[in-house]
Design a protein around this ligand. Structure first.
Ligand code: HPA
Ligand code: ZN
Length: 326
């Protein structure tokens, strides 16, 4: 079987995808038009041309601007539904979706509007596509601890629909420990914990994610390789890393896919998984990420299968459901 067919055929989960990062320009234009909101582009080609990033911040500026056209519950539904259709194409049978409530509530959109739209799409995906999902709410780390605490309070009435909390946005200068109290409260409320760490930030931020935030998974974490003690800790704890190869390439975390460390991390026994992060902005969904690393790093069929198995082990699915897929 060809590598492409193998990747296409294998069932998998996706554990690191920002729903706002799945916003394709065509849908952005359609929603902007129906909401009467101006966007600073004439057409879809102009939008795609703007997607030329040199680091995380240069991407985030455009990503937050695009999200401004999302206003109504139906907008959030349409955004998530379009992503679920991509999941179906890529044989993603389960996905754990990040959303950034502060990007919307800071513009006067109700938390409930965002959540209800996303949740309705999740319910429809289960019913119509047989794809299961969880929602993970991320705090924007460039904003204050106080703002994150207020967001956590807003989420409590919807606790049953949100499996966990995470930490995203501008990493350098905003270490995990800035949010120690927010994550302690989230843990006490029963949320599972993830955090972006070691994407652009140093290994020290991964240590803080583990020891201060007490994460269940690390998002990205690729810079952990710079610290051998940290590597041993990740291996000993079977701590998953949700790696996003095309994101790392587009945001210049690596300068060439042939230099990506995911294969080395896998060989050393780290629980790495493959994910798309912000597929509309970075040039591909999860299978495109598999193909990119399979080609650049010459992955074997066994390695590709192992990465898919990891995606189930590292998921927040009940143990019995994981086993059924492995
Ligand atoms: N890193 C940090 N914040 C983000 C990302 C990312 O890759 N994508 C969307 N928000
Ligand atoms: Zn991310």
């Amino acid at each position: 079987m060809s590598t492409h067919s193998l990747i296409q055929t294998l069932p998998k989960t996706e554990l690191h995808v920002h729903i706002e990062g799945t916003f394709e320009p065509e849908l952005m234009f359609a929603i902007a038009q129906r909401n009467g909101i101006e966007i600073p582009y004439q057409n879809v080609e102009e939008v795609r041309q703007a997607y030329d990033f040199h680091n995380l911040q240069s991407f985030l500026n455009i990503y937050y601007a695009g999200a401004k056209v999302l206003v109504h519950e139906q907008d959030f539904y349409d955004l998530a539904w379009a992503y679920f259709e991509k999941c179906a194409q890529d044989h993603v049978v389960h996905t754990e979706i990040f959303f950034d409530p502060q990007t919307h509530t800071d513009r006067g959109i109700a938390f409930e509007t965002v959540l209800k739209g996303l949740k309705r799409a999740c319910d429809d995906a289960q019913e119509k596509l047989n794809i299961s999902s969880h929602l993970i709410m991320c705090f924007l780390r460039h904003l204050s601890e106080e703002a994150a605490l207020a967001t956590l309070e807003q989420a409590l009435p919807f606790k049953d629909d949100i499996i966990g909390v995470g930490l995203d946005s501008s990493e350098v200068g905003h270490p995990p420990e800035k949010f120690a109290r927010v994550f302690a409260k989230a843990r006490a409320e029963g949320f599972l914990i993830v955090a972006h760490a070691g994407e652009e930030g140093p290994p020290e931020y991964v240590w803080q994610a583990l020891d201060v935030l007490q994460v269940n998974r690390v998002d990205h974490g690729v810079r952990s390789e710079e610290d051998s003690k940290l590597m041993q800790r990740l291996i000993d704890d079977k701590m998953p890393l949700t790696v996003c190869p095309l994101s790392n390439l587009k945001l210049c975390v690596v300068s060439d896919m042939r230099e990506h460390n995911i294969r080395r991390l896998l060989a050393q026994g780290v629980m790495v998984t493959v994910n798309s992060d912000d597929p509309s902005y970075f040039g591909g969904y999860v299978n495109d990420n598999f193909i990119a690393i399979a080609e650049a790093l010459d992955l074997t069929a066994a390695e590709i299968k192992q990465l898919c198995i990891h995606s189930f082990i590292a998921s927040f699915l009940p143990e019995s459901e994981k086993q059924a897929w492995i």
